[in-house]
Design a binder for this molecule. Sequence first.
Ligand SMILES: Nc1nc2c(ncn2[C@@H]2O[C@H](COP(=O)(O)OP(=O)(O)OP(=O)(O)O)[C@@H](O)[C@H]2O)c(=O)[nH]1
Ligand SMILES: [Mg+2]
Length: 330
Amino acid sequence: MPANLTRPFLRARERFEAATDPHEQLDALQEMLREIPKHKGTEHLQADIKRRMKQVRESLQSDKHKSKSGVSFHVDKGRHPQVAVVGGPNTGKSAVVSALTGVDVGVAPYPYATREPHPAIMPFENARVQLVDLPPVATEHMGSWLPGIVRAADAALLVVDLTADDLLEATEAVLTRLAEQKVFLGAAPEERRQEVGIAEVRTLIVATHRDGAAAADAAEIFNELYGDRFALVGVDASRGDGVEDLRGAIWRLLDVIRAVPKPPGRPADDADPIVLRRGSTVLDMARVVHRELAERIEKARVWHSADHADGQWVGRDHVLADLEVVELGT
Ligand SMILES: Nc1nc2c(ncn2[C@@H]2O[C@H](COP(=O)(O)OP(=O)(O)OP(=O)(O)O)[C@@H](O)[C@H]2O)c(=O)[nH]1
Ligand SMILES: [Mg+2]
């Protein structure tokens, strides 16, 4: 049965589709429900609107990061390092995340396809990293919650399309919009470093379409402009070329180590290492495993590889090496 949707309803639906803030979404959904012609032909649509309202309300309630202006989309950090994936519209962010994680986060041949953060786990050897695919950032467009996610992340990927006509403008727009919120990809400029609330997020540039026409020339110009601020890795995210190099580069960017936990009397669990910042100690590891344990911990036995016969006792300030096997003791 034709639904005969009215103009006010269609306008409200457009507003909902353009909204990135959940409060705005809820408001537009309420308007849609008010404006929808109430007859049998729209029953399904009415139910769908109510279902979406419920989802948005739930996401607002579960969101722990409330701000004065409203509530941001929240991504749980979990215990893996987290990398925010930012860039201009249609640059290949979702394609990069999909290629690295094997999760289909929604690649589309048109801009503004990604509307909300999509976390997905990227394996690296025996460890895991959480990538967060984000909606695009442009001069006229940025979710108010988005800088908060980048600020909280351990690192960021700035995705650029080497074949785009607006390569430089699109990249500058991302850097500028984030900087307006005091979130700096790479280092903040010297004159702003003393400001309160500044976040500097270590960042790698991921250049997609690396085999496209004129991509090599664009990469050269790009490197001249940004080469001293960021390392650049070229990929073809559709074909998967360069993706393994990128995986290693992301791991190195994070500058982390893996501590392999060994429960007393049991073998080491190399399949599930604890990822810690480089320079972390036995005490730092204990804090991740269990807060109470951290209060009591005095020493640990360490092995430098899983098959080493005897453990060596070390104090809680012992700095851990990558892949060191650790049995926490008290
Ligand atoms: N040939 C080629 N195509 C690519 C590459 N990266 C992305 N694409 C294509 O470019 C289009 C956009 O890719 P997405 O990953 O959806 O772009 P996005 O940055 O997530 O876009 P928004 O979420 O809308 O901001 C899709 O059609 C992809 O298949 C690449 O390296 N090479
Ligand atoms: Mg996307």
